[in-house]
Design a binder for this molecule. Sequence first.
Ligand code: NAD
Length: 273
Amino acid sequence: METKALESKREGRPLRGRVAVVTGSTSGIGLGIARALAAAGADIVVNGLGGRAEIDRLCERLADENGVKAVYDDADLMDKVEARKLIVRSTWSFGKVDILVNNAGVQHVSQIESFPEEKWDSILALNLSAAFHTTKACFAAMKAAGFGRVINIASAHGLVASPFKSAYVAAKHGLVGLTKAAALEGAEFGVTCNAICPGYVWTPLVERQIDDTAAARGLTREGVIRDVLLAAQPTKRFAEVEENGALAAFLASDAGASITGAALPIDGGWTAH
Ligand code: NAD
């Protein structure tokens, strides 16, 4: 039962009464999106890796600061059974899933001839297949409810390629394709599906690839940031997690009803080249 204080905090907010599952929301872009959806009034299922005590504190803060409910689900999305169960458990907890943000992702930087096969398999499993399994698990209910928002966090690498990221580029291009297919299938039922395609955003995922990129290209860390990462972005700055959160919150709102099947760059002009 909702308290009066909780109810009044949510009043007038665009996602009031909505339930959002955000995969990989213990860190980086996913956490930024979870914060933006909670600020817009949605209850949140947080998912991702990390220490339990810290994640519990994160959920408490999300709930307290925004007057919403926030629960944690530890599903390992490399496993398709867990991906499905994330949706089943979220539906048990809240009675429905209105908004699904497929954000969890990993990266590996290496040339093709030495690219570890297990890295290929795990990147495809998490960055592409997990989004299919979670979408499949909630699509029928969204269609039956006449409302659904699936937001896939692809990448500028879902639109263009860079060397040494074969698995990531393949998975993100695949995710943009999945987005279009789901958009067409959901269109008549009030279910939209869009991809957000960030350029470089300063998160742990980017931090982790700097050393590998430096090794692959024979550059220093500073050289990688200036000549590889920000060289691609005409704005010459990293995009912000808050910018991704704001777009996700808009797409999830009623105002986003006619935007579907789109791959929307937040890349400082990178893919305009
Ligand atoms: P991050 O490393 O900060 O966050 C990744 C999240 O995924 C974390 O919460 C992590 O715990 C979770 N995760 C990892 N393995 C998981 C698993 N097996 N099961 C469930 N959750 C798992 O990275 P980020 O930069 O915030 O990336 C988020 C998404 O944004 C990814 O899909 C990434 O490809 C995409 N992206 C990032 C950038 C960027 O520059 N940071 C650019 C374009 C796209």
